[in-house]
Design a protein around this ligand. Structure first.
Ligand code: DQA
Length: 152
């Protein structure tokens, strides 16, 4: 099983960026932990980060055939991007949306996610742990789906 963990704008600044909101861990450290967790579960995890909306759209569009699912933190594009929502909806892959902070407990504009409705679920507010929870949920869903298919 191959999972892509995709990170949107400004997440390369984790560690230095508003640590009171996003925690003190760097993106590299968080991703290393997710890769290790995947490895322990027999799952290959690849990760990427981009500040560019179109690049994220392209990565999602190119994922089928290469990846079985995506863990996605769209950053601020969560609240603005119809293009990312369409990209998620356009690929027949399960996507789990993740946010380090609880987007429902912050400014009003963060409480709207344009992308979440195209995802199988969302994890918000658990800090870096959210990525591992999202990976576990995605892998569990994919394994259940595979079992269902094997039975047919
Ligand atoms: C974020 C929440 C977004 O509102 C914000 O723009 C981010 C990070 C999070 O992980 O909590 O960049 O996606």
């Amino acid at each position: 099983m191959h999972i892509l963990v995709l990170n949107g704008p400004n997440l390369q600044l984790l560690g230095a960026r508003e640590p009171g909101v996003y925690g003190a861990q760097t993106l590299e450290a968080i991703m290393a932990a997710v890769v290790t967790r995947g490895h322990a579960a027999g799952v290959a995890v690849e990760w990427a980060q981009s500040n560019i909306e179109g690049e994220l759209v392209s990565r999602i569009g190119a994922a089928p055939g290469k990846f079985d699912g995506i863990v996605f933190n769209p950053g601020a594009y969560t609240h603005t991007s119809v293009a990312l929502r369409d990209a998620i909806q356009g690929v027949a892959l399960p996507v789990v949306e993740v946010h380090l902070s609880n987007i429902y407990a912050r400014e009003n504009f963060r409480a709207t996610s344009l992308t979440a409705a195209a995802c199988i679920g969302q994890i918000s507010g658990f800090g870096a742990l959210g990525y591992s929870l999202a990976l576990d949920a995605l892998v569990a869903r994919l394994r259940v789906e595979k079992k269902g298919k094997d039975r047919v």
